[in-house]
Design a protein. Structure first.
Length: 280
């Protein structure tokens, strides 16, 4: 009887250990020991990721990762850090990021006789949608991005003035997005051309068009770009957040990244409802 009890106890202990979630948690700080908010933490090239909160804290479920996978931490204005899972000795992993300013090509725009243009798709009455939050996988993968290509051309430099996107479904009391502007390499998003984070807060389960004034950011480019909306924060109550997509949308290119450090997926003849206003 005693032997049977010990066997049962060992089985119960083993089940308890292996049934627990595998988590990595910690805080992201800068060289002055100040927390870095909204840093991206995730498994490289896999849909496993999250974003640090306003205190620099993060919690990442790595149940679907393997020891040879690489954890990457990145944030605009800092050098990225990479480390394989098997080299992270315990579940508490605090990271210090070094400051780093990406050098961008200087673009000069003469203010005389500039014309205003608007590019994108404004159709919203579509039943099709793409989700940030999924009801049966609550708050999964903060840091997911949805975007589209904007054809601005290379003959004249462009000064970006306003961006807007449409929220189809939203039952969160509060949610925050980061708007990212990318160069294009091999038909995929590459380097960010915005010098600072552009954070947009949405309250009271708001749906519809969200307007983002870009005037103060002085974002300039002389090529086609990709603009993406990144989901970075949400209230505890809520489980549904989506943008509409238009299918077919000829001459459009849609992009999706499910996880902060995941691979970008590209879809032709599809577009989310996004508009970009610029001057040339």
């Amino acid at each position: 009887m005693k032997k049977l009890f010990l066997t049962f106890l060992m089985l119960f202990f083993s089940f308890s250990v292996f049934s627990q979630e595998k988590l990595i948690k910690g805080i992201i700080i800068d060289s002055l020991n100040k927390p870095i908010q909204y840093a991206n933490i995730g498994i490289l090239n896999k849909p496993i990721g999250t974003v640090s909160n306003q205190n620099g804290e993060y919690f990442l479920n790595i149940d679907n990762a393997v020891n040879s996978d690489t954890l990457k931490i990145s944030c605009l204005g800092f050098k990225s850090v990479e480390k394989t899972i098997n080299n992270i000795l315990n579940s508490n992993y605090n990271v210090t990021l070094e400051n780093h300013i990406e050098k961008l090509e200087e673009i000069v725009i003469k203010s005389d006789n500039l014309k205003t243009y608007t590019e994108g798709k404004d159709k919203t009455n579509t039943k099709k949608q793409v989700f940030f939050a999924i009801k049966n996988q609550k708050n999964l993968n903060l840091g997911s991005e949805i975007g589209r290509k904007f054809t601005l051309g290379s003959k004249k430099p462009s000064l970006l003035k306003e961006f807007k996107f449409f929220i189809k479904e939203n039952n969160f009391e509060t949610v925050k997005f980061r708007i990212n502007f990318y160069t294009i390499v091999d038909n995929k998003p590459s380097k960010k051309i915005n010098k600072t984070n552009i954070i947009v807060g949405v309250d009271n389960k708001t749906k519809g068009w969200i307007n983002v004034d870009l005037t103060d950011y002085e974002i300039k480019t002389q090529e086609d770009i990709i603009v993406a909306v990144e989901w970075i924060e949400c209230s505890k109550i809520g489980d549904k957040l989506s943008l509409p997509i238009i299918i077919p949308s000829f001459s459009s290119t849609h992009y999706y990244k499910f996880g902060t450090q995941a691979k970008w997926e590209k879809y032709g003849s599809i577009s989310s409802s996004m508009m970009l206003t610029y001057k040339q």
